[in-house]
Design a protein around this ligand. Structure first.
Ligand code: F6P
Length: 363
């Protein structure tokens, strides 16, 4: 029997379980592949004793509707920058990729499917370059990978944000308030933009278009003067005022040295200082956007990604990432896929359409 290892790494997102199920169900149609899962990304393989689980059709039955990942996940223990405590107590980061590839081979694994965002796919590429047959599956609610039209989890996050937005509209209207809702997305404004369009926001603030406070104040005052006594704002966690900077706290050791969050409170204070007298309230949606059952659209993308990833393994086409491009499920080299970030184009069709709907971006 040939052995395949599956891992989910980085932040979780709705649809991970549907990918795992897709891989296992497709593999079960072959007679010579066994599928194993590593708990908490590749940590389950790296630890001694290992934490691995054999995955069969029974294990994955019905999991496509569940949020999270049955394998667990983590953004700690990156094998490319593995923290090792030295004899003097200091911590040094070391590259454990060659060791990891040896370990995979010594445990009898013939291939790996690594499900994760850009950080996890950098690990996939490093393992591939070190001689391990690897396939990548992209995931993130942020939709910030340029090689794929959509990552699974994104549309579910937008749906969750839109449901919350709709609720905030009725309370904003009843109290004549300015409501600021902060959504995730890291340095991309996709969740904010989609939510603003679907919810019907007056103002949408995204990292790709730094905002001018005077423009926002004028828009809010105009709306109150017109007798429309409330305003709903969607702000992406990575948004910032012109000539300003992001609202963040220190992150953990590793790729994301800052943790974004709290920009809705920054904006609230800026508006008060600029003379907005209306009541302002802030809502941070946070991790609700990452949880829960995936909507149908994401279940489809994730399930097809799982099947496609297994088919790439069967075809022996390694070092590739499955993607959705121009309504077709295909693949690209991982190296190509991780080289470009997917920002919202301030001149693009969606931003133009949003402006056509009267949404202000603050520029
Ligand atoms: O990348 C997904 C994401 O949810 C971002 O939108 C957000 O900035 C970050 O992860 C939060 O990370 P954590 O779960 O580590 O707080």
């Amino acid at each position: 029997m040939k052995k395949l290892l599956v891992a989910t790494g980085g932040g979780d997102c709705p649809g991970l379980n549907a990918v795992i199920r897709g891989i296992v169900k497709r593999a079960a149609q072959e007679k010579d592949w066994e599928v194993w899962g590593s708990f908490e990304a590749l940590n389950g393989l790296m630890e001694e004793p290992t934490r691995l689980i054999k995955l069969d059709e029974k294990t994955v039955a019905g999991i496509h509707v569940q949020g999270g990942t049955i394998l667990g996940t983590t953004n700690k223990g990156n094998p490319m920058n593995f923290p090792e405590v030295q004899s003097d107590g200091t911590v040094k980061t070391v590259n454990r990729i060659p060791w990891l590839v040896d370990r995979l081979k010594s445990k009898g694994f013939d291939a790996v499917i690594n499900i994760g965002g850009d950080g996890s796919q950098a690990i996939s590429q490093a393992m591939f370059e070190a001689g391990m047959p690897v396939i990548g599956v992209p995931k993130t609610i942020d939709n910030d990978l340029s090689s794929t039209d959509f990552t699974f989890g994104f549309q579910t996050a937008v749906q969750t944000a839109t449901d919350s937005f709709d609720r905030l509209v009725t309370t904003a209207a009843s109290h004549h308030r300015v409501m600021i809702m902060e959504v995730m997305g890291r340095n991309a404004g996709w969740i904010a933009l989609y939510t603003a369009i679907s919810g019907g926001a007056e103002i949408c603030l995204i990292p790709e278009i730094p905002y001018d406070l005077n423009v926002l104040v004028d828009r809010i005052k105009k709306r109150y003067n017109e007798g429309r006594g409330f305003v709903n704002i969607v702000i992406a966690e990575g948004a910032f005022v012109k000539e300003g900077t992001v609202t963040a706290t220190k992150g953990e050791l590793g790729r994301h040295a800052v943790r974004l969050g709290g920009v809705c409170f920054t904006l609230s204070q800026q508006l008060k200082d600029a003379g907005i007298e209306a009541d302002i309230r802030e809502t941070v949606l946070g991790h609700t956007q990452r949880g829960g059952t995936p909507i149908a659209f994401d279940r489809v993308i994730a399930s097809v990604f799982g099947v496609k990833a297994m088919e790439l393994v069967l075809e022996g086409r390694f070092g590739r990432l499955v993607i959705l491009k121009n309504n077709d499920y295909t693949s690209v080299p991982i190296k190509e896929a991780i080289s470009a970030y997917n920002f919202v184009d301030p001149q693009g069709t969606l931003v133009k359409a949003a402006r056509g709907l009267g949404i202000t971006f603050g520029d």
